[in-house]
Design a binder for this molecule. Structure first.
Ligand code: CMC
Length: 428
């Protein structure tokens, strides 16, 4: 016997099936609600209680601090996998064999040139443009160079589209950085691994022998893995909803990049460093900023704190905090901002305001400290997040299309004016 939920409205009862997920999460299936009740809808601002889809990509338990990609614990993946392998896992559902991974890498390498005409678009932006705006626009521009729409029923076509975006996106991101830094554009190398190649495209200097620092490479790889997917967050939901209109993969991802840009989402990594810098420049008294964050008349929020779904701890933050300390120690960097971050976290974690609201450091509280240590400019931090999130967006877009999900189109509770008669301008 399947379980049901009963809704009683003005004495009349309506029944809705309860659906169970593989981790025993339960959802009330309300798809018949409007029809059965003669027009009732649910209202859930910010979708705090609303599931938008069934998904087999990522499992997240915010109360217990669990994050798994395709059933594999994030802690295991961060320690034992690499970013390309994790990307394959997310997109295709299984860990690749040696041969599958080699093929995936070779296919990506063979697509890693971007049409030279793209440079004209890149150079049309002023140097001062925010990299997230540039990267979003360049991703969207890829459509002009690859206008053919993907037949989602063809495994081969889907694979080709996936390989193309995986190959070209890091080039666009690295070009954006190099343009900002005033460096000549770099094409990377077909003989390098995915993250090594990204590393080269970002950091290679025309007057230096290129050498990879294994500490930097390892940190970069780990950061990308930790950001690779996070179920139905704001940018992923954007990618899915744009794709649900059957807009193409590049258009959907470009929209996802815009959603990620905001400081309440991926833009938090930039906002955290800016906040820590402000505290440092203000004399380093973080207690003052804790007080500001608690003051309801002050719009200031402690950036890098709190999460919509993690109400215990963010497992990614735990891994990244350790990585940040390792990277700084290995590179011999003394960063006063890390001390401020640690002090701030310690005070906040013991403060009733933060404890009662379950506000813990999130992934972005520490990621910026690593990016900074790697020499990445602050405005590029969210682009790094986007490079990491790319396989997640692809996996979720692919799943949405393969499941033939209907177009995303929420309803609303209208609270505006009732019908009014139009008054001519001279009578207003
Ligand atoms: N500093 C101070 N107070 C906070 C903070 C914060 N960072 N975050 C939440 N609160 C308070 C908020 O004022 C509210 O208090 P009250 O109940 O008294 O009104 C309560 O905590 C609940 O907050 P909310 O805004 O209703 O929670 P939400 O789930 O809508 O927002 C959030 C989640 C991440 C947007 C929010 O915690 C926030 O703005 N954090 C700072 C930005 C940030 O670090 N974002 C990165 C998220 S992790 C990367 C990613 O996956 O995108």
């Amino acid at each position: 016997m399947s379980e049901i939920a009963t809704l009683k409205i003005n004495g009349q009862e309506f029944e809705f099936p309860l659906l169970k997920g593989t981790e025993k999460e339960t959802a009330i299936d309300i798809k018949t609600l409007r029809g059965a009740t003669g027009g009732l809808i649910t209202l859930d601002a910010g979708y705090k209680n609303t599931g938008s889809c069934k998904s087999a990509v990522t499992f997240l338990d915010g109360e217990k601090g669990i994050l798994r990609y395709r059933g594999y614990a994030i802690e295991d993946l961060a320690e034992k996998s690499d970013f390309l392998e994790t990307s394959y896992l997310l997109i295709f559902g299984e860990l690749p064999t040696e041969a599958q991974l080699e093929q995936f890498q070779a296919d990506i390498q063979s697509e890693s040139l971007v049409d030279e005409e793209m440079k004209k678009i890149l150079h049309g932006f002023p140097k001062s443009a925010h990299p997230m705006g540039v990267v979003s626009a360049l991703t969207s521009s890829l459509i002009a160079f690859n206008p053919e729409s993907v037949n989602v029923d063809s495994e081969e076509e889907m694979y080709k589209a996936i390989v193309k975006i995986m190959a070209k996106f890091p080039v666009l991101a690295a070009w954006t950085l190099r343009k900002k830094e005033g460096l000549p554009l770099e094409y990377g190398s077909k003989s390098l691994g995915y993250v090594e190649n990204l590393y080269k495209m970002m950091f290679n200097k025309p007057n230096e022998e290129f050498a990879i620092n294994p500490i930097v490479l390892n940190a970069l790889d780990k950061l990308l893995i930790l950001h690779a997917d996070h179920e139905q967050n704001c940018s992923t939901s954007t990618v899915r909803i744009v794709g649900s209109s059957h807009a193409g993969l590049y258009a959907s991802i470009s929209a996802g990049i815009s959603a990620l840009w905001g400081p309440l989402h991926g833009g938090a990594n930039q906002a955290v460093i800016e906040m820590l810098e402000d505290i440092k420049n203000d004399g380093g008294d973080y207690h003052k900023y804790i007080a500001k964050a608690k003051d309801k008349s002050d719009p200031f929020r402690l950036m890098g704190f709190g999460h919509r779904v993690y109400k215990n701890f963010d497992p990614r933050a735990k891994i990244i905090q350790v990585a940040a300390e390792e990277v700084l120690a290995d590179l011999g960097i003394v960063d006063p901002v890390l001390d401020i971050a640690k002090g701030l976290a310690e005070v906040a974690l013991n403060d009733t305001y933060f404890k009662t609201r379950n506000l813990y450091p999130n992934v972005d509280f520490y990621s910026g400290i690593i990016y900074r240590a790697l020499g990445i400019p602050v405005e590029m931090f969210t682009v790094m997040f986007a490079i990491g999130r790319l396989p997640g967006w692809i996996a979720q877009w692919k799943e949405m299309r393969e499941n033939n999900e209907p177009i995303g189109r929420p309803r609303q509770l209208y609270v505006g004016e009732n019908l009014r008669s139009f008054s001519s301008r001279e009578n207003r």
